[in-house]
Design a binder for this molecule. Sequence first.
Ligand code: KG4
Ligand code: ZN
Length: 341
Amino acid sequence: MLTLGIETSCDETSVALLEDESRIIVNLIASQIEAHQIFGGVVPEIASRKHLELINPLLETARREGGIEWKDVDLIAVTAAPGLVGSLLVGVAAAKTLSYAHRIPCQPVNHLEGHIASIFLAQPDLQFPMLCLIVSGGHSELVLMKGFNQFERLGRTRDDAVGEAFDKVARALELPMPGGPNLEKLAASGDPYGFDFTVTHLADGFDFSYSGLKTAASQAWMKNRDRRADIAASFQRVAVSQLRGQVQKAIEQYAPATLGLCGGVAANSAVRGQMQEAATAAGIAFVAPSKVLCTDNAAMIAAAGYLRFRDLPAERQTFDPRMLHFETRSLLPVGEQVAGV
Ligand code: KG4
Ligand code: ZN
């Protein structure tokens, strides 16, 4: 089964071809970073325009590199939410057009399920239950999965997502975009105990909070202009320790067989290292995708779409124009599907 994946939820335009649940044939990712760099953050209007420029050439390149015709595609999976609505609409319009023109079934995908599917791409035969930590620019979520397409959200951020905190502290430290990766690079040369930052301690449940830490790190820079690397390293240590604390608590309570890590911040070596250690200490398996599959990409969207579609009753697995009547949304909790309209 051949799935075409399309992802345009933020500032990466991406198109992929996936065979069955995990064989990636092509996974093209066009970053728009240069267009946003001078503004110090993603500008939604520019992102939409860039997606519009990039989507058709990218689709054509994927088709050519995959050596296929559109009629060979069995399913089109597209990110429909959550994300920047103007950006999402570009990918969704492309998906609906191809679907309608070639009579190919179309599956809208929850972007967070896409991130989780990147863990299955890394290890298709992993053991459930899986405790899954999603850490991206827009989300910090702890999810328990007892099987495919079964999502129970245990915790989420109460304010900033962890990636957002990395980006905002990087910006405060006057680092160029991409903030998270540049902050990680700088942290490598700093003292992680140079500053005694603390995080809001959320004793009950599994939520996260990053805005206090973000503010503390930004203010430290105002008073200590000669200690940029120490601020970066101390921020990173404390940010990661909150993730580790909540994950460890959830492992104790739910005894999962696997700890999965995904989302853009999963590309961070300190995050990967701490999660690997937490899993090893608990004697459970640890799965994190390669770094290119951690940040936004269409292969993970194709995989998530495939997993949803596979579970549909047979009569809903054929093309029907009504399957194109779905909306795009800026917000959508993990596990929830966009509604038909
Ligand atoms: O998953 P993603 O590509 O987009 C969203 O769905 O949000 O995640 C992007 C986020 C950004 O906040 C970026 O700074 C962060 O992931 N990120 C990192 C690293 N690489 C990407 N944060 C810390 N260290 C990294 N190496
Ligand atoms: Zn993402």
